[in-house]
Ligand binder design. Sequence first.
Ligand SMILES: [Ca+2]
Ligand SMILES: [Ca+2]
Length: 294
Amino acid sequence: MTPPAFIRLAVLVVAAFVAALTAAPAQAAPAACVSATPQAVSLVDQADDAEAGAPEVTNVNAQVKADCTVSVRLGIANRTRLLADDAVLVYLNTDGNSSTGAKSFGGADQGVGLVADEDGPGYIALLGRWDASAEAIDFENATELDISTTGGFGFTAGIDELGVASGTSLGLSVAALSEPDGEIALDFAPDDEGGVLALPIAFSTTATRDTTSTTPPTQTPTRDGIVRRTCRVPKLKGRTLAGARKALKAAGCRTGRTRGRYGTDMRKGRVVTSLPAAGLRIAATRPVTVVVAR
Ligand SMILES: [Ca+2]
Ligand SMILES: [Ca+2]
């Protein structure tokens, strides 16, 4: 399968390095998940079926955790770190409908691109929405995801952030590509077109949405007995950077990078937005990027 969308994807992924620095946040869906039912699924892919030069995907592991996050880990046999020409794309069918989104990827409505990052721990993970008119994932308005999990390559995203409804399955499929000499080499998992790895999502909800900035960290015990902390991202818009850091600390969230954005109506030095957006419940280990007006 060599759809022309891949060429655009590769270009967009590279452009995302720059674009993500000034990205506008996607509108957050109402936070709904309070505690999820832990689930895990995995897929084994052949260790010798990648086209020459492509990242060789050998397994895909996905799990829902009780703290309302979804973590995806990938085994890539021929990489200890991603190369500048690599992009690993995880396609996500988040609305439970295989007829919406990218048809070649099981109806994927969103996608996560893993790309090399010389400044960070080797790579970054960007969450973007499928753009039907461009037939590609829009990484220009991407959100950076947490990658602080153990081994291999991967990311963590909130169930609320992905917009997956309870009682549906999150569909996953992977395309790992590299373009070292202008030719795109690929490895897919699953190999069949439109095939997905289905991760059942089930969670309990609250009746109201709490967006106060003083929500204390939540201790979420899981079936494995390990307590994982979560926090709800406080409203930071209009605050000073110092004020935003205090608010994040008070909410039990981790402060991430600070990014600048030009051309906003916000007073210089004040917070324009955060990534992830205010109101979302996320793993407390996940850094919150603060976007400040320049
Ligand atoms: Ca493979
Ligand atoms: Ca879909």
